[in-house]
Design a protein around this ligand. Structure first.
Ligand code: AMP
Ligand code: GLY
Length: 418
C-alpha cells in the first residue's frame, strides 16, 4: 500500500469495536471512522460518526467527503437492505455481500435451498406460508422441533419446541406476527462452532475458529441471546472433524456461491453443529459474529486491514498467520436481557490492564462516564498463552469490578477446558 488508508466501519456493537481496533493497529491505516459507533470506542482512537447504519445516502456522502478508501459493513441489517449495491452504484469501494447474496442470512428458506442444491449437509426442513399446512406437517417431525422465522429476527426468530403443542403455538404466533413464512427443522444435537470465511469471489481465507455461548445463563440454560461470551481456539475440535468441515461445508459453499453467480465479496459466517453424522450447517450469516469477532481478530497476526484491502483491489489474499495465544471474552449484559433489559446503569472505570481489553457495545456517555444502554453492554476480553489462563485472567478482572444491574455468565470456556 502506498498511501495510508482512511476507513469507514458501519455498525455500533462490540464486533465493530473489535474490527475498528484491529484496523487502527495497522501501519497502513491513517484514520478509522465508525458510523454510528458508540461512546466507548472514542477512548481507543476511533472517530465515531453520527449517521445510522441504514442511512445509505449520508454514509456514502460521508465516504466521499472524507476520502474514505473503503467501507467495511459490520451488521446484517445494512447488508440485507442493500448497502453494498447502493455504494457500488455510487462507485464507492465497500466490503460486504450485495443484497441478493445477503439473502443467505435474510431468508432461512433461501439459505436452505442453496445448501440442498449444493449438497451441503444441513437439517431436514420444510417451509410454510400457511399455519394449517405447517401444523399438519408436524406429524413428519419428532420432538424437539425447531421453528424458525424466515426473515431477520436478531437472534429471536428461533424456537426449540419441546412438544407438538408448543410448536403449534409458535407457528401460529410467528405467522400472525407479520412473518410471511416459517421453516420447520429437524433438531440437531452436538457442539456448535462458528466459522468465518473471508470471501473474495473464488479466493478465500478462513479465520480462527470460535465457540459462542448463545443461552443467557450458565450451563446453556435460559433464553437464546445474541451471544454471551466466546473463545478461540477450540481445542476440543479434532483435526479430522475440522478438515471435514472444510471439505464438506466450506469448499462446497464457496464453489456454490461462484457456480450460482453470487459475486460474493464479504464475510461468510457458517454456524455449524458437529453431529454424530458429521458437521451440519445450522445457519449462514453474511457478516462476522458478535461476540466471536472480539476473540478471533486479536489472534490474527496478519494485518486485517491489508487482508480486506487486498480483496477490495482484487489481489490474492496471503495465507493468514494465526497467533498461538488464546483469547476468551465475557459479555456483560444488562439485567433483564434479552427480554427486558435495564438501561442507564453507571459503569465502573475500566483501568488499563495488561492482556485485557474492553470492547464496548451498548453504552452512552455523560460527564466523562459511561452508562449501560440496554442489551449487551460490553465484552471483557483476555489474550493469554493458554485458554485456561485467558479464562482465569478474564474472570479475575470482571469479578474484581463493581456492577449494578448487570450480569454475566460464569462458565465461558468451560466446554473447552473440561
Ligand atoms: P439461528 O438463528 O439459526 O442461528 O439459531 C439460533 C440458535 O438456535 C442456534 O445457535 C442453535 O443453538 C439453535 N438451533 C438453530 N437451528 C437448530 C437445529 N436445526 N437444531 C438444533 N439447534 C438449532
Ligand atoms: N454470535 C452469534 C451471531 O453473531 O450471530
Amino acid at each position: 500500500m502506498s498511501k495510508k488508508l482512511n476507513l469507514l466501519v458501519v455498525g455500533s456493537g462490540g464486533r465493530e469495536h473489535a474490527i475498528c481496533k484491529s484496523f487502527n493497529e495497522s501501519q497502513n491505516v491513517a484514520n478509522v471512522y465508525c458510523a454510528p459507533g458508540n461512546s466507548g470506542m472514542v477512548s481507543t482512537g476511533i472517530n465515531t460518526v453520527d449517521i445510522s447504519e441504514l442511512n445509505f445516502k449520508d454514509l456514502a456522502d460521508f465516504a466521499v467527503e472524507n476520502q474514505i478508501d473503503w467501507t467495511f459493513v459490520g451488521p446484517e441489517n445494512a447488508l440485507v437492505a442493500g448497502i453494498t449495491d447502493y455504494f457500488r452504484e455510487r462507485k464507492l469501494a465497500i466490503f460486504g455481500p450485495n443484497k441478493f447474496a445477503a439473502q443467505l442470512e435474510g431468508s432461512k428458506d433461501f439459505a436452505l435451498k442453496f445448501m440442498v442444491k449444493h449438497n451441503i449437509p444441513t437439517a431436514d426442513y420444510q417451509t410454510f406460508q400457511s399455519t394449517a399446512e405447517a401444523i399438519s406437517a408436524l406429524a413428519d417431525f419428532s420432538v424437539p422441533i425447531v421453528v424458525k422465522a424466515d426473515g431477520l429476527a436478531a437472534g429471536k426468530g428461533v424456537t426449540i419446541a419441546g412438544s407438538k403443542a408448543d410448536a403449534q403455538n409458535v407457528i401460529g404466533e410467528m405467522l400472525a406476527n407479520g412473518e410471511h413464512q416459517i421453516v420447520l427443522e429437524e433438531f440437531l444435537t452436538g457442539p456448535e462452532y462458528s466459522l468465518f470465511v473471508v470471501v473474495n469471489g473464488t479466493d478465500f481465507q478462513i479465520l480462527p475458529m470460535a465457540q459462542d455461548h448463545k443461552r443467557a445463563y450458565d450451563d446453556d440454560e435460559g433464553p437464546n441471546t445474541g451471544g454471551m461470551g466466546a473463545y478461540s481456539p477450540v481445542p476440543q475440535l479434532s483435526k479430522k472433524d475440522y478438515q471435514e468441515m472444510i471439505s464438506k461445508i466450506v469448499e462446497p459453499s464457496i464453489n456454490g456461491l461462484n457456480k450460482d453467480g453470487f459475486d460474493y465479496h464479504g464475510i461468510l459466517y457458517i454456524g455449524l453443529i458437529l453431529t454424530d453424522h458429521g458437521p451440519k450447517v445450522i445457519e449462514y450469516n453474511v457478516r462476522l459474529g458478535d461476540p466471536e469477532t472480539q476473540v478471533v481478530l486479536p489472534r490474527l497476526k496478519t494485518d486485517f486491514a491489508e487482508v480486506i484491502d487486498n480483496c477490495i483491489n482484487d489481489i490474492k489474499m496471503k495465507q493468514l498467520e494465526i497467533d498461538s495465544q488464546a483469547c476468551l471474552g465475557i459479555v456483560l449484559a444488562a439485567k433483564g436481557y434479552p427480554h427486558a433489559p435495564v438501561k442507564g446503569q453507571l459503569l465502573p472505570d475500566f483501568g488499563k490492564r495488561l492482556g485485557i481489553s474492553i470492547d464496548y457495545a451498548n453504552v452512552t456517555a455523560k460527564d466523562n462516564r459511561l452508562y449501560g444502554n440496554g442489551g449487551r453492554i460490553l465484552s471483557v476480553v483476555a489474550l493469554q498463552d493458554t485458554l485456561s489462563n485467558a479464562q482465569i485472567k478474564a474472570y479475575e478482572y470482571i469479578d474484581s469490578l463493581d456492577f449494578t444491574d448487570c450480569y454475566y455468565r460464569k462458565d465461558i470456556g468451560k466446554k473447552a477446558l473440561k
